[in-house]
Design a protein around this ligand. Structure first.
Ligand SMILES: C[S@@+](CC[C@H](N)C(=O)[O-])C[C@H]1O[C@@H](n2cnc3c(N)ncnc32)[C@H](O)[C@@H]1O
Length: 226
């Protein structure tokens, strides 16, 4: 039975600790980074339109300071214009090592990488013009803290974008996603993260929510800090 109280209900049927997520990504990093990067090959093209739309919505200006949360293997690094400065953070050292190799391979010079937990960002308030979390929020242990931290480190008037799959609004699909979530969590993500409850519990109101990718089961959620 799922509680109907959006302000207090669990965001997912599964709850995980940061140490669990860390272990999962250290273990599956070889699947991302091995000789055959299965994840990028299988999911890269399907998830790419959302990444391109997010870059467009960020509307990056020359000189902007951008924070990418959960940078993973750095798949987004080549999409940023050369004239902005990007800081990419991730919990997993193995994923960051893969990202570093990708930056070197592609000659990307405007992205710096740091090992950090997104639930406790080590940046002062309002350090960035733009803050972006692609395909990360259903991975982290505490999505409410992560979006609040993203909001905190963004300057007034700056944009914050969360790109992710969330629990379906269709009852049948939502039921399947809830059944799958205890399994998918071992692959690094929850399949049933509840966007409405996340927004209410984080106390944040988006300026837009767009469906992206095909099938259109991913959402691009944009906030502007006031
Ligand atoms: C599915 S990958 C997404 C990578 C990349 N953003 C992309 O677009 O493909 C999720 C990443 O989030 C990272 N992650 C999970 N929990 C985190 C946390 N609390 N703080 C920072 N990174 C975290 C994982 O290590 C992993 O690299």
């Amino acid at each position: 039975m799922v509680s109907s109280d959006v302000g207090t209900r669990a965001l997912s049927t599964v709850s995980v600790e940061t140490s669990f997520v860390h272990k999962v990504y250290e273990r599956i990093s070889s699947v991302y980074l091995g000789k055959w990067p299965i994840v990028d090959v299988m999911f890269g093209p399907a998830l790419h339109p959302g990444r391109l739309k997010a870059i467009k919505r960020l509307a990056i200006q020359a000189g902007d300071e951008v924070l990418e949360v959960g940078v993973g293997t750095g798949i987004n690094a080549v999409l940023y214009p050369d004239d902005c400065k990007v800081t990419g953070i991730d919990l997993s050292v193995s994923m960051l090592e893969g990202a570093q190799r990708r930056l070197e391979r592609h000659g990307v010079r405007n992205v710096r990488l740091k090992q950090m937990d997104a639930t406790k960002l080590q940046f002062p308030d309002e350090s960035f013009d733009l803050v972006y979390a692609p395909y990360v929020i259903s991975v982290v242990s505490d999505p409410v803290s992560v979006v609040q931290e993203m909001y905190r480190v963004c300057r007034k008037g700056g944009r914050i974008i969360v790109l992710n799959h969330f629990l379906s609004e269709r009852k049948f699909l939502a039921r399947i996603e809830r059944i799958l979530s205890p399994l998918t969590v071992h692959l690094g993500f929850k399949a049933d993260l509840d966007l409405r409850a996340l927004l209410v519990q984080a106390g944040l109101c988006p300026v837009s929510v767009e469906k992206v990718n095909f099938p259109r089961i991913w959402s691009l959620v944009m906030f502007v800090k006031d």
